[in-house]
Structure formats: C-alpha cells, structure tokens
Write a protein that binds this ligand. Structure first.
Ligand code: PLP
Length: 402
C-alpha cells in the first residue's frame, strides 16, 4: 500500500475563515435585515485599472492572430516584464537588481510556499507568531513538527516586531509591511536582521507583498535597500494588492545572483541556479496576457492608477485608525499597511470580541488568535472594503457601548 506524506496530518485544521463564514451565516439567518459590513476581507474590492484592462484586451487579440500568437513562454517570465520590474521597482530607486534575478510567477502564495523545495531539511526555521499562515503550514508540510521550527513571539511589548534570535536559526521568514499586524520595519531594524543573517550565514525570506502601501519614505520598501542583503535574502513581491491582481494572478520573486547556500559538506551553491532549475522543471510560466497586464502597471498611466488604488485603501485605513484612536483603543498598523491590528478592549479574547462586534455592530473582522497563539486578545481589520462601508462600520463602532 502506498504511503502519504504524514506531515500533512500534523497541520492544524484551517478553521479560521470557515468558522468566520459559519458564524456570519448563522447570524444573517437569525437577523435577515442586518446590514453586515465585512472589514475582515484580505481581498481587494476595486476593479482592475483602465491601463491593465487595455493591455489585457490588446494581448488577447494578439493571441488570436497566427503571427502574434504565443505558446509556452520563458519559465522565468518574459523579458519585457522583468525589465520593467527591475527598472521601476529597483534600479530607479538606486537598487542594483537585474532582470535576470527576477522570476515572474502566479502568486506570492505559491512562491513563499514552494521556496522550501530548494532548502535542506536540516535547517532551523524561524517564523513569527502571529503570522501569515502559509510560511508555517508549508514548512510543516516539508519537515513536519520537529524541534527545527522556532516561533518568534511578537507582542505589544516588542511592538509586534520579532527580536533577533539568540540561538541558531538558519532561515527566517519576515513579512513587512506585515500581515496581519500592519507593522513595518525601520531601516535600522531591517539592517540588524541583514547583519545578523550575514554573520550567521542565514537566509532571510522577505515577503514584501504590501510594499506599495508604504508612504513613509524612511521605511525600506525592499530588503535590497540594505547593503549586503543580496547575499542573504530572497524577496517576494505580488501584483495582488497594489494593482488588484488577486483574481488575475501575477507576482515575482527576486533571487540575487550573489546569494549562495552550502551543501552538507560546506560547498557553496548558487540559490539562483537552484530556483531556476526548480521553476524550469515544475512551472511553465505565467500566462502571456497576464504578464502584459502586469507590464501595463509600469506604464506612466499604470503607475498613476496604482497609486490611486493604494491611496483609496489607505484612506480607509486612516479612517479606521482615527475612529479607533478616538475610542481610546490600542492599535498597530494602518499607517503604511492596509491592516489595522487592535487590542480587544476590556480584555476580551479574540473570539468574544468577534462575536460581540458581529452581534452588536454587525461588523465582521478577523480574530487575531487565528494567526497564531500570540494573536490572542487581538483583532485584524482591513482597509479593503469600500469607502462608504468603511465609514459606516467605523461610525457604528464609535457609537458602540461594549
Ligand atoms: N504574502 C502575504 C503576506 C499575503 O498577505 C498574501 C495574500 O494575502 C500573499 C503573500 C499572497 O499573495 P498572492 O495573491 O500573490 O498569492
């Protein structure tokens, strides 16, 4: 009889979003007239921008003509897109990343989940708590529940930023701006991590899916703004939240040419080479029309539309922050990130707060404990609903006597 990968049996059930959906359904059934506002969604709500739609139409037409039809493309992504990315996201900002260090993909979820394919099983892996669950679950799928996983506890005491480990760690996942806490890392803070990784010969897996939401110029948008990061870090970026590609699917991963790992015998091997090998073997590229759409994000019109889209969500974030601060609640994030992480008032636990917010304000959010045990007593609100709904939700919360 064949055997399964038993590591999958060690994964916690992902009850979070199904439990939320069930509770909301039950509440709606019992209160048919209730106007429920969802501030729990991690998906975007604005449609794709005109520049992106125009590029999609154009490239769809190309696919219907013999001379311009495209079959399989390069597994790493078309050069037109990799050049646009390297030029705009890095070189224009003074960061030395070349098109051949960029791998276009269909989502950061896939890439942050798949990166473990090129990493050895003996590594000690550090993951923050609370966390975007993909890092933890895919690590568990790969190595199982072993003593090789370290949770870096984040709390209000450390401003929901992890401390540098004081024991051996080979790989660390960092995500800034952070989902779920909305926190960002200053240049000084990020520099400490890069110095630590270079000294320890450790690897940083840096998820920058929300970099476009940073408006404070002093906050790094890429880990490669820090000297030496190209020798210790892989960066993941996505078009999902900045350009509304959650349904279209496009992202990219930067694996610098200088980044090296070692074999058990201490021989240095290029991670770029390994990721290229992995992608060419297991991935046949992102759709041509989707890559043309992503290219359009880098046109002057596309950049302007992206800024407007991000600005719309960040205006919502500001509304949420202002409303909750007025209420005297403790919160993190929402300034350079679309997530607001609040301490449940009155020492309520995350699920009690969820139930009461739903029952008494008809507003839905996400219990912090769903992102890890360190999230207990906290709650995540997102800026991705419409302006009107966000205003209404905050008005209800402001009037709420809990
Ligand atoms: N990384 C983080 C931190 C996220 O929050 C998300 C989506 O919510 C992703 C990656 C996934 O992005 P993509 O849509 O590119 O797969």
């Amino acid at each position: 009889m064949f055997q399964i990968n038993e590591n999958y049996l060690q994964l916690g059930e992902s009850y979070l979003f199904s439990t939320i959906a069930r509770k909301v359904d039950q509440f709606s059934a019992a209160h048919p007239g209730a106007d429920i506002i969802r501030l729990g969604i991690g998906d975007v709500t604005l449609p794709l921008s005109p520049a992106v739609i125009e590029a999609l139409h154009r490239s769809v037409d190309e696919m219907g003509v013999k001379e311009s039809f495209r079959g399989y493309g390069p597994e790493q992504g078309y050069l037109f897109l990799r050049e646009a990315i390297a030029g705009t996201d890095f070189q224009k900002r003074g960061i030395d990343i070349a098109p051949d260090e960029i791998f276009v993909s269909d989502g950061s979820k896939s890439d942050t989940g798949n990166i473990g394919d090129i990493l050895g099983e003996g590594n000690v892996v550090a993951i923050t708590d609370p966390v975007y669950p993909v890092y933890l679950d895919t690590t568990l799928m790969r190595i199982g529940k072993t003593n090789k996983i370290r949770l870096l506890r984040c709390s209000d005491e450390n401003g929901f930023l992890p401390e540098i480990p004081d024991e051996r760690v080979d790989i660390v996942y960092l995500c800034y701006p952070n989902n779920p806490t909305g926190t960002v890392m200053t240049r000084e803070e990020l520099k400490k991590w890069v110095m630590w990784a270079l000294e320890q010969k450790s690897l940083i897996l840096f998820d920058a899916a929300y970099e476009a939401f940073i408006s404070d110029e002093t906050i790094p948008r890429s880990i490669y703004e820090i000297d030496g990061a190209n020798r210790c870090a892989i960066e993941f970026r996505s078009f999902s939240k900045n350009a509304g590609f959650t349904g279209l699917r496009c992202s990219y991963t930067v694996v610098p040419q200088e980044l090296k790992g070692t074999t058990a015998n201490g021989k240095e091997v290029s991670l770029h080479h390994l990721w290229n090998r992995r992608q060419s073997t297991k991935f046949n590229g992102t759709a041509y029309i989707v890559q043309r759409a992503a290219e359009a994000v880098y046109s002057p019109q596309g950049q302007q539309e992206m800024r407007e889209m991000v600005g719309y969500y960040m205006h919502n974030a500001q509304l949420i922050r202002d409303g909750l601060i007025e209420k005297g609640w403790t919160l993190f994030g929402g300034e350079n990130a679309p997530y607001i992480w609040l301490k449940c008032p009155g020492d309520m636990d995350s699920w009690t707060f969820f139930d009461r917010l739903l029952a008494e304000c008809h507003v839905v959010g996400t219990p912090g404990v769903g992102f890890g045990s360190a999230g207990e007593g906290y709650f995540r609100l997102t800026a991705f609903n419409s302006y009107e709904k966000t205003v209404e939700a905050i008005e209800r919360i402001k009037k709420w006597e809990y």
